[in-house]
Ligand binder design. Structure first.
Ligand SMILES: [Zn+2]
Ligand SMILES: [Zn+2]
Length: 735
């Protein structure tokens, strides 16, 4: 036994290997299972809402943590997607450079994910030299393989902004119904869609109606998805079998292609360049005519964004190709919302196939449906509900948020975020089930055994088996049932997690804890058991403590901080996920002190629930009044704050209050100062104006005699006189 009072079974792979970054990057090992994980890159120009978090980053984090509990080399990569029209235009509007804007927003995202305890191995961004280099290399490989075609078409150009306008920045008159505020891609009144804003009558620049627009031809490079489709389909059929895909928006589990764009005539060549400045420059191909046509253009954001996965990895290690060009040794798992499936199963794989290089391709795709808020939508452009940066304003810990969101993970259908269920999840599940089990056992051992784990001396541990408990056959049977139930659930847990059915994994985890509570009840753990059957009592506690050790690893992916709290109480190091329930904390081991894992949320008469509903919008009506949908809302996410409003270090609310207080103070001081400096003539005249105004009011209310209209004229004359006097005083003070 060590000085720390620990007595833990020694076995290869029993503990979790925790990577020490000072020893270098995590790299895959040849001939072993290696897991590369990505979550959809959040668009930098917005605040992630809970729907984004549950679908992408949180889900991927849970899976990455699960893989680490298997001691499998695991790399989880994500970052902000920064290029494109929306960023460039917003930066223009706010008078900052796109890079400045991205840097601030990147920081905002960083803080949200940090609060949610998302454990990226590398959290990066796409505006890096590595990203430019790899994107241009992919482009040039496709070019070399004759997979581009140049197409010229008319585009709307703003002579004042000196740029081609993306569809969403053009407005005009609908040629069909005459509606004056039709958007560049669609008329909101008659729903006619336009293939180009040049179809609008009287097109205007959305930034400024006075700007002069013209139509200019522009040439773009289109990637030949039509030529790539046969190879893409061949890959899809193999990948879905190898990675055990379920049905998704592109291909069913039976291999039937259902993506409309791939049916009929199939995929069309698709433009991958844009007339923008904020993006990856189109590289020179060596073809003079073509390079001239592409001069000053950038690569379109859907083409460069997925290359962010390898390029962010390249900012983590210069050996990034060991992860990304190693299809035989690396399994790539990608997490995203359902609206991103096409990009990850069609566009990105087509690009990679087109390079002719041995890229690590998608192994398993995990996509989620939408998470709705109360009775309205999260996942649309409206700013409704709780956003990533408000979760902490509730004062509830990240573990509870993670647990609740994951327990509602919309795996097969849309699901709903409800405050009532959030509170119930904490009080009735986490606290009553898991918290209670851990607390009851640790407290009992603290109090009755001076924290020393009971059990037969010199017991070697290992796989749990029901040992004959003397002549007590009933007790032996209780243990046998307990062990077999735990093992059955452990197997189900592993299977669910391997299939990225994270919600079920969590449910099974809670069932394991509930089985522990039942075991204590079946054995009537109490003082009487301790007094009358001390040996039996010790055995029950030894089993219970080792179930708690198992729970620490089962819940590690979902609630890392809670898992740490359990380990602290057990005085044990983080363990790996075993295949079978085993006795690894041995008799004689000293536990830590009992502490509460969860805190009850008081909700008398549903008051807390109502409070949060009010704070964050409880129904669509209220929420829309508070935060109307804006044209600046990115289709993926919530309202977009102004760069200057992003306070990344201090609390936003506190800063706002401080600003307000300072402004009020200044105003008061200014008023007092002005009062002090007034001349007697000004003060006298002010008094007259006030008295005359009161007289007019009294007459109108019938409280005084007189001709209201005549007195009103007098009041106006007095006011004019006062204004004249003030003007003179001001001129005098300036002179
Ligand atoms: Zn119309
Ligand atoms: Zn303009």
């Amino acid at each position: 036994m060590s000085a720390s009072g620990r007595n833990i079974r020694q076995a290869d792979g029993l503990l979790m290997n925790i990577h020490d970054p000072s020893t270098g990057p995590v790299l895959p090992k040849d001939g072993e299972r290696n897991v590369l994980i990505t979550s959809a890159l959040p668009y930098v120009n917005n605040v992630p809402h809970l729907g984004n978090i549950i679908g992408s980053t949180l889900s991927a984090d849970v899976f990455a943590r699960y893989c680490r509990t298997l001691n499998v080399p695991t790399l989880y990569i994500c970052g902000t997607d920064e290029y494109g029209t929306a960023t460039e235009t917003k930066a223009l509007e706010e008078g900052v450079t796109p890079l400045e804007l991205c840097t601030k927003f990147h920081q905002l995202h960083t803080e949200v994910y940090k609060w949610f305890e998302i454990g990226f191995d590398k959290w990066g961004r796409t505006s890096t030299p590595e990203h430019t280099k790899i994107t241009q290399e992919v482009y040039l490989s496709l070019h070399k393989n004759n997979l581009f075609r140049l197409e010229t078409s008319d585009q709307t150009y703003c002579e004042d902004d000196k740029l081609f306008l993306a569809d969403r920045f053009v407005e005009g008159t609908c040629p069909q119904c005459g509606y004056d505020d039709a958007r560049g891609d669609q008329c909101d009144k008659c729903s006619l869609t336009f293939s180009s804003p040049t179809e609008l009558l009287n097109p205007r620049c959305k930034r400024n109606k006075a700007h002069k627009l013209s139509v200019r031809p522009s040439t773009h490079a289109c990637v030949r998805l039509d030529l790539l489709q046969p190879r893409l389909e061949e890959w899809l059929q193999k990948a879905r079998v190898k990675g055990h895909w379920g049905s998704n928006a592109v291909i069913t589990a039976q291999g039937e292609i259902v993506e409309p764009r791939m049916l009929g005539e199939g995929l069309r060549p698709s433009a991958v360049t844009r007339d923008l400045r904020w993006g990856v420059e189109v590289p020179k191909t060596g073809n003079e005519e073509e390079d001239k046509a592409m001069d000053g253009k950038v690569i379109y954001v859907w083409f460069d964004a997925p290359i962010g996965y390898p390029s962010i990895t390249a900012t983590y290690t210069d050996q990034w190709e060991k992860w990304w060009k190693n299809p035989d040794n690396v399994d790539l798992y990608q997490f995203m919302g359902k609206d991103n499936v096409y990009f990850h199963t069609v566009l990105f794989p087509s690009m990679l196939i087109g390079t002719g290089q041995p890229w690590t391709m998608l192994h398993n795709i995990s996509s989620t449906q939408y998470l709705n808020y109360e009775d309205t939508k999260f996942s649309k452009s409206r700013n409704v509900g709780v956003f990533g940066n408000n979760a902490q304003e509730t004062g509830q810990p990240a573990s509870v948020w993670r647990y609740y969101l994951l327990s509602q993970r919309p795996e097969n259908n849309d699901s709903s975020f409800l405050w009532s269920k959030f509170i119930a999840a904490n009080n009735n599940e986490l606290l009553a089930n898991l918290g209670n089990f851990v607390n009851r056992v640790v407290k009992f051992v603290n109090a009755k055994y001076s924290s020393v784990v009971p059990g037969p001396e010199g017991f070697a541990g290992g796989e749990a088996v029901a040992e004959a408990s003397g002549s007590d056959a009933a007790a032996t049977q209780l243990d046998a049932d307990f062990i077999s139930d735990i093992n059955a659930r452990l197997t189900e847990y592993r299977q669910s997690m391997e299939d990225t059915k994270l919600r079920n994994g969590l449910t099974v985890g809670m069932a394991l804890s509930a089985r522990g509570n039942q075991y204590l009840q079946d054995n009537s753990l109490d003082n009487a058991l301790l007094a009358n059957q001390p040996e039996r009592c010790g055995r029950v506690l030894l089993n219970a403590i080792n179930l708690i050790y198992l729970l620490s690893v089962v819940f590690h992916p979902f609630m890392p901080t809670t898992s740490e709290g359990i380990l602290r109480q057990l005085n044990a190091p983080a363990r790996s996920l075993p295949e079978k329930f085993s006795i690894d904390i041995l008799p004689g081991h000293t536990l830590g002190k009992a502490e509460y894992l969860f805190k009850k949320i008081d909700n008398v008469n549903g008051e807390q629930e109502k409070k949060w509903q009010k704070q964050f919008g409880g129904d669509a009506h209220v929420a829309e009044q508070v935060n109307p949908a804006g044209p600046q809302g990115h289709p993926e996410g919530g309202a977009v704050p102004k760069v200057k409003d992003i306070a990344v270090t201090a609390s936003k609310k506190a800063e706002h209050e401080a600003r307000k207080a300072a402004a009020a103070k200044n105003k008061k001081a200014a008023a007092a100062e002005a009062e002090k400096n007034k001349s007697p003539a000004e003060k006298e005249l002010e008094a007259k104006v006030q008295a005359q105004g009161a007289l007019v009011a009294s007459i109108r209310k019938g409280q005084a005699e007189g001709d209201a209209d005549a007195e009103q004229i007098k009041a106006k004359e007095l006011k004019a006189e006062l204004a004249e006097l003030r003007k003179k005083l001001k001129e005098a003070s300036i002179a």
